[in-house]
Every structure is written in C-alpha cells, then in structure tokens.
Design a protein around this ligand. Sequence first.
Ligand code: 5AD
Ligand code: SF4
Length: 428
Amino acid sequence: MNAHDSEKVVGTLVAEGYAQVETPEAAELVLYNTCSIRDKAEQKVFNRLQNFKREGGKGKTIGVLGCVAQQEGEKLFERAPWVSLVAGSASYANLGQMLVQLETGDRRVTGLSFDRAEAFDTPFTRRDNPHRAYLTIIEGCDKSCAYCVVPFTRGPERSRTAESVMAEARGLVEKGYTEVQLLGQNVNSYRDPSPAGWDFATVLARVAEIPGMRRVRYTTSHPRDFVRGIVDAMDANPAICDHIHLPVQSGSSRVLAAMDRLYTRDEYLRRIEWIKSARRRYSLTTDIIVGFPGETEADFEETLTLLDEVQYDSLFSFKYSERPNTAALAMGDRISEEEKQRRLVIVMEKQRAIQIRRNAEMIGTIQEVHVEGRHRALEQWIGRTSCNRTLNFSYPEADEKDMVGTYLPVRVTRAGPNSLVGERVFVV
Ligand code: 5AD
Ligand code: SF4
C-alpha cells in the first residue's frame, strides 16, 4: 500500500510538470513516504531524515508523507526542523498546491485532514512495475484492533465507486497490464457508495472478468468481513489468483478478544474450512503478533497449535509493538522484549518446517508463472505462481529473448522454505 502511495505521489507531481530524478542527491525536492505500523518502521524514518540532512540534504526542500506524517503532524517540524512539508495520505491530491505555497514563501505547510474523499482518484498514477498494477478500492479502516495505529493514520473507511474502480481496471488492461492487485487496509469491507452498492465479492469478480485480465489479487482481508461469497467468486473466476491472505494475529480466543478482533479462534477456523473445502485449492497466508499484553504461555501455545492445524503456506510474524493512541497502551501485563523475541523465533521455526514440507509437495507439479524479472548471476528467470510463490527457472540454451511479463508453464524441480526452482515446460 505504501509502495502504491508513492506511485500516486509521483504520478500526481509528474502530471503537474515535476520530473523524477534518479537519486535523492540530484533532487531539489525530496519526499519521504513513511510507515508507522510498528515502532521500528517509525524509528527508521527519523534515522533516515537525520542521515540525509548530514549527507547533502542542505538546500533541498524536504517533505514527510504517509503515516508518520499523519501521526506526528506539526510535532515533526520540532523533531526535524529542516522538514518543510508534512502530509498524510488523504492529502496527496493537494500536493501540487502545497508545493506552490512553499515556493511562494510559506516556510511550512501541512496536509493532515481526512476530509477529502477523492484521495485515490489522483489524476494520474505512475506505476513502477510494468506488469503488476496496484489499484486502491478502499482507504482507511473502521475497525479498532487494540494494537493498531492504522485507523488513526489512515482515517475512516472510504470506498471508491465501483464505476471508478472498473474504469481504472479497464484502463490498466488497455495500458498492457495483465495482473492487478486490489488494495485496501480492509479490502473486503468494500462497499460501493453508488446506488449499485456492489460488495467486495462482486467488484472482485467484475474486475476479474475484464477481457485481457489474467490475474487478480487482493490485500488485506479482515476475517470478520471474509464472507463465503468471496470464496464462491474465487471458485468461479480462474483469473482470481489462488491465494488468500487472512491475518489471524493470534490462535487464542482470549487474546483475540483483548485485541478486539471481532472473531474467535473457532470462527476463524470456520472460514479456513470454507477455503479448504472450496472447489479450487488455495494457498493460505497470515499475520501473527506475538507478545500482545497479557499473552500467556498457554495463549501462545494456542497460536502454535493453530499453525499446525491450518498449515499456512507462508506467514508474517511480528513482535507486538506499542503504538500511539491505541487501546492496548493502557493494558497491563506487558511481555518483556526477550520473551517476545523467544516467541517470535519459535513461530518462525515452526513455520519454516511447515513451509519446507508444503513447498516440497509442489515438486513435480506444473505451475503457470508470471515472469517478473531475471536473475543474471544465477541465469534464472524470476517467476511468480498464482499461489504467490516465487518460482525461478532456467531457460535452456541461454535464450536472451525477454520473457518478462509473459506467462509460462514451469515444472517445479526443487523446493526450499521460501521459494521454488523449476524448468520450463514446452507444450508440443
Ligand atoms: N505491533 C505488532 N504488529 C502489528 N501489526 C499491526 N500493528 C502492530 C503492532 N502494533 C501487524 C499485524 C498486521 C500487520 C500488517 O502488521 O499483524 O496484520
Ligand atoms: Fe489495523 Fe487491520 Fe485492525 Fe484495521 S482491521 S485496525 S488496519 S489491524
């Protein structure tokens, strides 16, 4: 989502006559897009700002965008006085105007309101990846997970009209894109604000039906809003990739209640059941937080048994990190850093073993890959399967023909914990 925000910013400014340069050193205007989901990401912003100022940032206009900007607001000017622009993601359509204000003499400008509903309808979005395009369908989040800063930094949910989503999706196919990823902090609570009132499953299906669309992905889903209709839509549309990311956060119903996740372990597992009994086989991934305040050893064990039960294809795991404004700040029973680290390592080791097994099961199968690039040193093409695995493959006779952007059948020959290796299959 952050990467796509950066694309929107570049697109907006290029449409206003700005030019993008290769390095920050060559720029007169430097904008930092930032993330504040966990403390570490936030610290990085301040370190980078410090370093950049020291290493030649003098004389440049420096702005901070994204969630750290939204969260810190004007306080950011105190912490980093050489910054002159602070703007959250809902203000990007205003960036041109804000920069004019700076050029005409204002020393500092901010864009921090959530009033603008048209945040995603930027006039022009420049995309970095020529083969897979991100497409925002909903901004913000109306949930209130006790650990999460997103509702404060991205504001309330605003769904884009289905008409505007479809127009952008069709435009992407016309530009040559064959793979689109629908984005939202809570993508499956999408609801078309126009009278048609499409829900997420409908918009997903309609985008996938656009002629020329080969692959559609989406992130990120909240289990509470993950209805059966989504699985049905996926079953019926081969263009929707066979991958579902369904963040669980914890395997303990007690911790889930403390987190205000709005589902129990059993309710979550019911959704997993729908997915596993679907007509197609879906790859499943998740997010896990360890060390949420009050998480006992028994709660943690429940997360481990959940991993055994679901057998995820991959997961992201995080140590709980205190975030400003969130409800969890007031909770007692903090878990020590060492204990969080210990639990994180256990989760990662368990999952690694699961992934080695699951990936090995794919050896011998033929997967369609979308070719994303080339690894020159390894003499391999880098591909991605519909189930979101990296599947690299060598091409006999070292053919230099550029295959990036094409779809090819590849037989899996080797499997590691995080990726697969294969060889191209020639269909006669
Ligand atoms: N601490 C640790 N992990 C967090 N996440 C969100 N907020 C926090 C936090 N305060 C994780 C969740 C979420 C993912 C994007 O980041 O697992 O799904
Ligand atoms: Fe944060 Fe996701 Fe919960 Fe919204 S649903 S508060 S973005 S974790």
